[in-house]
Design a protein around this ligand. Sequence first.
Ligand code: NAD
Length: 352
Amino acid sequence: MSKPTTILITGGAGFIGSHLVRLMVNKYPDYHIVNLDALTYAGNLENLKDIENAANYTFVKADITDAAAMQELFAAHDFDGVIHLAAESHVDRSIANPMSFIETNIVGTVVLLNAAKQHWGDFSGKRFYHVSTDEVYGTLGETGFFTEETAYDPRSPYSASKASSDHLVRAYYHTYGLPIVISNCSNNYGPYQFPEKLLPLMINNIRHNKPLPVYGDGQYTRDWLWVEDHAAAIDLIYHEGKNGETYNIGGNNEWKNIDLVHQLCDVMDDLLGRDQGTSRALITFVKDRPGHDRRYAIDATKLMNELNWAPSIQAEEGLRKTAEWYLGNTEWLERVTTGAYQAYYEQQYQTN
Ligand code: NAD
């Protein structure tokens, strides 16, 4: 019997990774999906409860910076491809502690590139897909968009570490011929996002009538993409993208932070049966983040034209779906905010 297509997804217990793992496990029953995650504070196997017993799914707890463990893993599995999402991902944490971003995002990526390079023979039929962010491009003024040709100009330790990893992935393509593909995506939102990020933080604070912290003047503009649309784009690019290419992924859905928060407040008042304006009254402007980029906007024309991708929903609909999900999954939210989720791995994988 021939070996099934085997794909290593790193960071699959995180926010975007868990959506991608779920999509791949369900959509490709003939593939073997190996989810590798170190289960940092951001990794939560409870995100994957619905597929954890699937026959085509394996979870491996390991750290991508551990070169010996990665060599062993690549020796044990004949991976056809890697989809690399594992990263330290929160800008504020990168300002407080840049070194862990250097270690995971830069060193960890090179450890994986080396393992692929060493174990993949002549590279035929292989693919190394690196998932990255639009933050590598820096900041925009009132107009214009980031394209795949925009020069890199990262401005936070997080974006600088992702930019560095993007460069290294491209270097392995040009230097060694490793078949790589990269995508740079805008802000994702949706279910299972760790509640330190804007939308789940606001939803949780609204539930508890706590202040809603908005940085600076609230005029920062971001493009927002429904997380399942990102996962679908990754699936498409993994299967149909061209080696050596970069694809921008975005929702064509720009919002100023304050407008997004207002919209969310109104949806939450509606869902919670509160008077309109109740949640808006909780908004508190707080001291700005240092080096805060003013505006990000993505031009995703290449992905739309070449691979026929389009976002399935816009933020008005997505915000409501997001708010409904968190309100319908308050137990998940409580377990994340109290840290209880961290015991789940021990319970699920150690005592079985
Ligand atoms: P996340 O923080 O929710 O998840 C990251 C996952 O990586 C976690 O499960 C964590 O346990 C794991 N991880 C961290 N360090 C590790 C290590 N050393 N070894 C193994 N696993 C480790 O992040 P996310 O928001 O899901 O982002 C996933 C990827 O997508 C990242 O590479 C990020 O840069 C990129 N991205 C995110 C967004 C966004 O809006 N969230 C947008 C564009 C790109």
